[in-house]
Unconditional design. Structure first.
Length: 268
């Protein structure tokens, strides 16, 4: 069993990372490149993807394959399946995802449906693809990203929190199911992280972790546990809430999320 971060290369030779052009996804791609992994990089914007790939190739002398895909499109996963069929991918990291903030009744339905497509449907479909491949090869790793907002219903981020609750429970189940097949599954549940996520969601994250630290902790935890809550502050906030009833946690989270909004919550 792989139990040490010094053995990360044993998952190789290829790694797969979604959301690879910014935030945690990019930080993980850098760490894997540093460890000698060749990399399949997935993101929406071709130009940014190419820039990241060239940087990794030049810095670490690794091979890269860029897949410019919007994971909200159902056909995206099918194309990824075909374009990676010839590669020996031993570690798949599903870091792509997005959120929104605001009252659910005021939200755009298509945006909320795309959120489910990216955060849930694509994660499940890619996990299904790579779990089959990893079981067949007898070893490997899957890293999925939940969030501390998924520990309870979270007002003003109701749909986003629900998608992350799915990922958490899904990863926990896979962790127990695939361990005997040599496949290690990790759920990473971060709090606020300094990345493009906040801009897209319309939030200001004042006490945010650096994505590089989250990436390093995630890769070090793979093969050691089922869930990682990265950072002392995130752990403290999580454990402080866990002793409370879920209804109380939801009320507290409403105040927390409202304090991060770029637009104040309307008064009633």
């Amino acid at each position: 069993m792989i139990t040490s971060p010094t053995q990360l290369h044993d998952y190789g030779p290829w790694g797969f990372v979604t959301g690879a052009t910014e935030g945690i996804g990019r930080a993980i791609a850098v760490e894997l490149g540093r460890a000698g992994f060749n990399l399949v990089l997935v993101a929406r914007r071709p130009a940014e993807l190419d820039t990241v790939a060239k940087s990794l190739s030049n810095q670490f002398e690794v091979e890269t394959l860029c897949l410019a895909e919007d994971l909200a499109e159902p056909a995206a996963v099918e194309r990824i399946v075909k374009r990676t069929a010839h590669l020996d991918i031993g570690l798949a990291v599903m870091a792509a995802g997005f959120g929104s903030v605001g009252e659910f009744v005021q939200s755009d339905l298509n945006t909320e449906l795309d959120m489910i497509a990216v955060n849930v449907s694509a994660v499940m479909a890619l996990a299904h693809l790579f779990a089959r491949r990893l079981v067949a090869r007898g070893r490997g790793g899957l890293v999925l990203f939940s969030s501390i907002v998924g520990w309870q219903g979270t007002p003003l981020q109701a749909n986003y929190a629900a998608t992350k609750a799915y990922v958490q429970v899904f990863a926990e189940g896979l962790h127990a199911e695939l361990s005997d097949d040599g496949v290690h599954v990790l759920a990473v549940a971060p709090g606020p992280v300094r990345s493009g996520f906040a801009v897209r969601a319309g939030m200001t994250m004042r006490a945010a972790a650096e994505p590089e630290g989250v990436a390093r902790q995630a890769l070090a935890a793979l093969g050691r546990r089922a869930t990682l809550i990265p950072g002392v502050g995130t752990k403290t906030r999580t454990y402080a809430l866990w002793s409370l009833p879920r209804s109380a946690r939801s009320r507290i989270m409403r105040s927390v999320i409202n304090g991060m909004r770029n637009e104040p919550e309307p008064t009633r």
